[in-house]
Ligand binder design. Structure first.
Ligand SMILES: [Zn+2]
Length: 258
């Protein structure tokens, strides 16, 4: 499997995944048609599917226009059928989908939206997490609560450490600046922030990340870490902060105003 970043809108990524043995591909999230078509043409492949992670316009806004250009299967959460334009194949957790010889498992990871799903390719050790798990961050909780998001993030974080994570936005530098503010002594965060800034200066994506890296640097996977807990307690002196979910919720609130 080859994965190509297709930058769209101001800071979104569509991900073109290619089964090189068959010359077919799928696009994970399609906000804009032109950049996707250009990438498909450049690679000389046949696009057969769209894998939608959630219903926000900056992830599905191009679905219908793309489907007018070529025959496509459009996958997304069956329970979001009314919100995902052009949906042809509703899927749920436990089901799998095929793109050429590539096979993805569907994980249900609600909280950013109530119908958010991820596509996990176990053989290729890759996961597409939309707006749930970002490099060093997580999505806002528009349609879920902190325990639900924590649960969704844990479901992803339990996958093998080598798993590459492809998310929906280029937020890495800002996320790491927030992470650094909570854990100023965390060398992994310092190193990754320097690397990410250099990548952005060169106009390159900071993705994919890996779950190994996220466990070391992502404050939303580190609600059990003493230094982070102490920082959150210091910044939120009036909050009740005993349980992991309470630390997580306070971390999310701090990020909302960072
Ligand atoms: Zn979103």
């Amino acid at each position: 499997m080859r994965v190509i970043a297709v930058p769209v809108l101001s800071d979104n990524y569509s991900w073109l995944i290619i089964d090189e043995s068959d010359g077919v591909g799928a696009i994970v999230d399609c906000a804009e048609v032109e950049p996707v078509l250009a990438a498909v043409e450049r690679e000389g492949i046949r696009l057969v599917a769209v894998l939608s992670t959630h219903h926000h316009y900056d992830h599905v806004g191009g679905n219908e226009a793309l489907a007018q250009k070529m025959p496509l299967r459009i996958y997304g959460n069956a329970d979001d059928a009314g919100r995902i334009p052009g949906l042809t194949d509703g899927v749920r957790e436990g089901e799998s989908i095929e793109v050429g010889k590539l096979r993805a498992e569907v994980l249900f990871i609600p909280a950013h939206t109530s119908g958010h799903i991820a596509y996990y390719f176990p053989r290729e050790q890759a996961i597409f997490t939309g707006d749930t798990l970002f490099a060093a961050g997580c999505g806002r909780l528009f349609e879920g609560d902190p325990p639900q998001m924590l649960n969704s993030l844990r479901k992803i974080a339990e996958l093998p450490a080598e798993t590459r994570v492809y998310c929906g936005h280029e937020y890495t530098v800002r996320n790491l600046e927030f992470a650094q503010s909570l854990e100023p002594d965390n060398k992994a965060i310092d190193d990754k922030l320097a690397w990410a800034r250099a990548r952005r200066r060169d106009g390159k994506p900071t993705l994919p990340t890996t779950l190994a890296s996220e466990r070391e640097t992502n404050p939303f996977l580190r609600s059990d870490v003493d230094e982070l807990r102490a920082s959150v307690r210091h910044l939120c002196p009036d909050a009740v902060l005993h349980e992991t979910a309470e630390i997580f919720a306070a971390t999310r609130r701090l990020k909302d105003s960072f």
